[in-house]
Write a protein that binds this ligand. Sequence first.
Ligand code: ATP
Ligand code: MG
Length: 241
Amino acid sequence: MLEVKNLTIEYENTTIVRDISLTVESGEIYSIIGKSGCGKSTILNAISGMLGKNGRITGGTISLLGNTIFENGRYTPYLKKVLGKELATISQHPDSSFDPLFTIGNQMTEVMRVSERISKKDARTKGLNILSRLHFSDPERVWNSYPHELSGGMCQRVAVAMALSNKATLLLADEPTSALDVTSQAEFIKQLQEIVQNDNLAVLLVTHNMAVAGALADRTGYIRNGKLEEAGGNVFAVTAS
Ligand SMILES: Nc1ncnc2c1ncn2[C@@H]1O[C@H](COP(=O)(O)OP(=O)(O)OP(=O)(O)O)[C@@H](O)[C@H]1O
Ligand SMILES: [Mg+2]
């Protein structure tokens, strides 16, 4: 599904992570953990081509669904084709996923229209369905709300809903639970696991929260000194060492 091989990433000629390799299969959640500033977001941004002007991949390859996204120092046209569709992303700052001037419904409709011709009515039916799968008790209200009318935690769940509105096969999620309290975190974990299983979704998740990683991940990678060490299922054993 996703295959990252020997990836080295720099910001302004400073190496942030080096020689990173990982794979994520369908129906699997891989979580990357590590201290603040160790390069977790950098890895996700490199995969989705969002490193910005001063960031650069200096070595390695990335492929998705058997197609190359990055090799020989450059991104392939395939990335543009899948971004926002098969390859969905949730950024670390959920507010940045929304335009404050439009309702959630409007924004979800726009996202769906990136990949399919769909009427407003059908988009609404599909959107309400996705929101109810994320267990919003009143999907209609969420659909008609502006982002500022929702709590931070609700915004994070809506960001997931938006990301999933185009039948994603891989979800890159950066700290998707940071705005949630412990109870909502537990609910979110259950919901994400349900979606992963039902849709055979692959998820690459970044978190600094060991409990979230422990509960969610099938596999865990720990970043230490710019290297990624795969830790198997039990992250607690690694962090204690
Ligand atoms: N646009 C940028 N330009 C220059 N340096 C950057 C840029 N973005 C990140 N960095 C640096 O790269 C390193 C890794 O940052 P990154 O955001 O990937 O960390 P992180 O592991 O996601 O941290 P956190 O848990 O706090 O989100 C940090 O030292 C950071 O200062
Ligand atoms: Mg980060």
